[in-house]
Structures are given as structure tokens and as C-alpha cells.
Write a protein that binds this ligand. Structure first.
Ligand code: CS2
Length: 510
């Protein structure tokens, strides 16, 4: 017998005082938007913003949460009527709140039918998504729909039974056209630059192949705003679930944990009504580009750097990596000297202060963000986080020595997971197999390894891959990262950068 009660509507009235709860009446909240990908991030970000919005201005904006990939939602959020505890943690502080904005959850892992039923419903005016970078099935280096992607090949052959995000969304739009459904806004909340443009591209390309005027109908009846989203919300652990039981005395299988900081900048380009998330602190703008460059190059760039180099240095979490004196100096110097000059001016934000704030966030020891989690799918992340600023700097003739180290770090992370290098850790990345095959075939020659990996043109655009400065910087860092003293790459890049800096300042003094 388990006497500990599970979170659910009946418990709402009896929650401990330390746990905040929705101030609006959930019984009359009806669904207006669907969200694909109900993971920790969604529960800590959009669902919380929506919960804030509903308490400020109640409206028909309940969320239907859909998962088309594991984990299943029915046994967790489903059994709790969509309710869950959102913990905000900063070092020793914890703030707990039950979020009520998710009104229903739908599992659609085995077939797209349950998802399509929701997406086609006329109640749904907005579809938002966090499906990870690779969910868009685009080619990272170009943004185009990857027509060789197995799920896209499958979906073009079986459009009624799609598996991929572009296939499912296109099918939903096709059915909405057939049922004269209202216009639809599709809002990506993933960390890809111009995520709205990428989403629109993949849906349009897919629809063009379906023919029958569908792509034109979509152009006239759907909108794809871009958005910059931000809050660090790592994968939830058993310890997080247990902590709610311990502290507050109830069971919750859908706890989400995040840091205090959050930000959401959304392009003002909706096909119909816009949820007034601005009342909850989000910002609507005409162009999100400067905001997403800032966020992806600084915060995410630092995370990827600390994650891959952190794993190589034997460190478990982001907070462990940034506590390492060498990595901490490295990441600050890389951001301040090489990343910051590539940023566009951002209204109302001071980039240097943003760097310091970001580094401060990464030091939060209560956020147990595993380096391996951030290193997951690195092939889908390095373009926007590292390669784009590198390209911008090369165009200006500026140095790229520091930014090249985490690029080599990503390579080393996958190389060391290959059989030939002793399968040092399990990895998850769509390009893991390809890099492992290169490593198995090539062995320890850093130049040959770097050269073969740089030739993957779906990640490295050929112009960048051919640049000698970049090739040399990556090759020399890779050689050291694969040696018995991986942090030599970090030390040497800092030393070389210092020498170059002194040389520059001498020249300018002349
Ligand atoms: C992280 C992000 O795993 C990752 O790729 O870098 O999830 C990051 O925590 C968020 O973008 C923060 O907003």
C-alpha cells in the first residue's frame, strides 16, 4: 500500500503552502494550442509562461501536449490531469509551483493518428513545438529539407501515415484545408537560428512534393514565426522526483526543474490570435535574429564548449566544468574576445553584461545539467553555436583560435566513442556512426581525421571547410584533445591567443 497521494486536481486544494498553484479555474480552461514535444524544457518554459498568462488574463489557451517520440505521457502527466510541479533551483534555494496550463496529453508514438486528430481540430489555433534540432529533418549546413532522411523518404511514400515532424505537420495542414479549418500559426521553440524559416522551409518543401496546390494553400493560411527561447532545464532525474515527495509529501511523476532565468522573444507574425505572453514577460518583436545570435552564440556556445571539453576533462556537469579554473578562463576569453564582436546590436541588451550573466547561470550548482546531455546531437548544434561565429570572424580576417577548440572538442567527443578509440562513452548524435566509421578507418592521424570530418558538407559548408586557418586550428586542437593530456589544447590555444594579442597591440602602438 502506498499512502502518499499523487498530484492531481483533488490534491490542488490541499497543497502545502510552500507550493504555489494556479489562480484560475482549470475546470473551465479549454484547449487553444497544441504542443509537440512535452519535455522538461516545455514544462519549464512555455507551459509556465502560459500559466502566468492565464492567471493574468484568462483566455481559451489551454495546451494539449503531444509526444510523437518517447517518453509516453499517459502514465505521468496523463494520470495527473496535466498537472506537475515546476521547481526553480538556484544553489540552495528552491521555489515550487504547480503548473495548470496543460489540459490534456496525447501519446502518438506508435502512429500519427492521435496527434493528427488534435492538430486538425478547429479549436487549435496555434501549434508550438520543441522537437529538438534534429526533429526538423533539415540539413544543418543549409537549412533545406533533408530528402535522404529515412523518415522523410518514408513520409513522402506514405503521407497518410507520417512519422516525421514535417510529414505530420504537412498532413495536418492538408487535412485542415480539406475541412476548411481556420488559419494556423506554427511556432518553433527549438534552438535553431531562424527556426520559423527552417520550419516553413521543411513544411513547404514537403508540401511541394505532395503537389495539388498544398504549398500555396499553406503559404496563404499558415504563419511560421521565429522565436528565441531560453531557460536551462536539464533532463529530470529520479532524485528530482524524490525531492518533491520528501519536501512536500506528495508524488509527482512529471516534475520539471529549471533555473530562475527565463526569456522568450517571439516574432510578431501570427496567422490568427496571439496569446498575450507579453503579459507574462515574453517580448514580441519584428526580428528575432539579433536575440537568437546572442543566445545561441553566447549561452549555448558556452554550454557546448563546457560540455565537450568537460567530458574530455572527466567532468560530469556544466557547473563542474565552469568551476575548473582553466575551462572557466577559456570560455570567458572565447566569448568576450571572439564571440562578442560577431554579434549584432540587440535592443535593450548589453552584450558584455549578457556574457557575465550567462556564465553566472552556468555556475548554478543546483542545476545538474550533464555534459553528456548537452553534447548529445552536437552535429545539430555546432553550426549555430560555433561555426557561424567562426565564419563571421574569418570574413573579417579576425582570429578564430579559441572558437576552433570546441569544434575539435565535438569531433574528439565522437571519435573517442568509436571502437578504434576504445568506446570511451555512449553517444547519441545522428552523425555518430559516420564519425565512428571515419575514426575506425583513419586511426590516430589528427590531420586525416579532421580532414575527413570537415568534408561532411551537411555540417561544414564547403567554403568554411576549405579555409586553411580554420583547418589548421581544428587539426592542431584535435591532435591535442586526442592525446593523453586533452587540456593541453585549451592551454595552448590560450597561449597562442595571448601571443597574437600582444603582437596586435604592439602593431597598433607603432
Ligand atoms: C542545451 C540547451 O542541451 C542543450 O543543447 O544547450 O538545452 C540549453 O540549456 C537551452 O537552450 C537553454 O535555454
Amino acid at each position: 500500500m502506498n499512502a502518499i497521494e499523487r498530484l492531481g486536481p483533488r490534491l490542488l486544494e490541499r497543497l502545502p503552502a510552500a507550493v504555489q498553484k494556479p489562480s484560475y479555474d482549470r475546470a473551465v480552461l479549454s484547449p487553444g494550442m497544441a504542443h509537440l514535444g512535452v519535455g522538461a524544457f516545455h514544462r519549464c518554459h512555455q507551459a509556465e509562461y502560459t500559466d502566468d498568462l492565464l492567471s493574468r488574463r484568462f483566455d481559451r489557451w489551454g495546451i494539449v501536449g503531444i509526444n510523437i517520440r518517447p517518453p509516453a505521457l499517459a502514465e505521468t502527466l496523463g494520470r495527473q490531469d496535466g498537472l506537475y510541479t515546476r521547481l526553480i533551483r538556484e544553489n540552495d534555494d528552491v521555489e515550487a509551483r504547480v503548473i495548470g496550463s496543460i489540459v490534456k496529453v496525447v501519446d502518438s508514438q506508435d502512429s500519427a493518428a492521435p496527434a493528427l486528430e488534435v492538430l486538425v481540430s478547429a479549436d487549435i489555433e496555434l501549434v508550438t513545438m520543441t522537437v529538438t534540432e534534429k526533429g526538423y529533418c533539415h540539413v544543418p549546413s543549409t537549412g533545406a529539407l533533408d530528402l535522404d532522411h529515412p523518415d522523410i523518404v518514408h513520409d513522402l511514400a506514405n503521407p497518410e501515415a507520417p512519422r516525421s515532424v514535417p510529414g505530420i505537420l504537412t498532413r495536418a495542414l492538408e487535412q485542415r484545408r480539406a475541412t476548411h479549418g481556420p488559419k494556423l500559426t506554427l511556432l518553433s521553440c527549438d534552438n535553431i537560428p531562424t527556426n520559423g524559416v527552417i520550419l516553413e522551409n521543411v513544411v513547404r518543401s514537403f508540401a511541394e512534393r505532395r503537389g495539388n496546390g498544398l504549398a500555396d494553400w499553406i503559404a496563404a493560411n499558415a504563419a511560421f514565426p521565429s522565436a528565441m527561447v531560453d531557460r536551462i532545464a536539464p533532463a529530470v532525474t529520479q532524485d528530482d522526483l524524490d525531492s518533491v515527495k520528501r519536501r512536500f509529501g506528495y508524488r509527482d511523476a512529471a516534475v520539471a526543474v529549471g533555473e530562475p532565468f527565463r526569456q522568450w522573444v517571439i516574432e510578431k507574425k501570427f496567422a490568427g490570435r496571439m496569446p498575450r505572453w507579453d503579459l507574462a514577460g515574453a517580448t514580441f518583436v519584428d526580428d528575432v535574429t539579433p536575440f537568437e545570435h546572442l543566445k545561441m552564440r553566447v549561452l549555448n556556445g558556452a554550454q557546448t564548449t563546457l560540455a565537450t571539453l568537460g567530458v574530455l576533462a572527466g567532468l560530469e556537469h556544466t557547473s563542474d566544468a565552469i568551476a575548473d579554473p582553466l575551462l572557466s578562463v577559456f570560455v570567458r576569453r572565447m566569448l568576450v574576445e571572439q564571440t562578442l564582436p560577431t554579434l549584432m546590436p540587440v535592443a535593450g541588451m548589453n552584450p558584455s553584461a549578457y556574457v557575465e550573466q550567462s556564465l553566472g547561470r552556468l555556475k548554478n550548482t543546483a542545476i545538474r545539467h550533464r555534459n553528456h546531455q548537452i553534447a548529445t546531437d552536437g552535429s545539430q548544434k555546432i553550426v549555430q553555436r560555433l561555426l557561424n561565429p567562426i565564419r563571421d570572424r574569418l570574413n573579417l580576417g579576425a582570429s578564430i583560435g579559441l572558437l576552433s577548440v570546441p569544434v575539435a572538442g565535438w569531433m574528439a567527443y565522437l571519435i573517442l566513442a568509436s571502437a578504434r578509440f576504445g568506446k570511451r562513452w555512449p553517444v547519441s548524435d545522428p552523425y555518430a556512426g559516420k564519425v565512428a566509421a571515419i575514426a575506425d578507418e583513419t586511426g590516430h592521424d589528427a590531420r586525416a581525421l579532421a580532414s575527413a570530418i570537415l568534408a561532411i558538407d551537411t555540417i561544414f559548408d564547403p567554403g568554411l571547410a576549405a579555409d586553411e586557418t580554420f583547418r589548421q586550428a581544428v587539426t592542431s586542437a584535435l591532435g591535442e584533445l586526442l592525446s593523453g593530456d586533452p587540456m593541453a589544447a585549451v592551454r595552448h590555444s590560450l597561449e597562442q591567443d595571448e601571443v597574437a594579442r600582444l603582437k596586435r597591440s604592439k602593431q597598433s602602438a607603432l
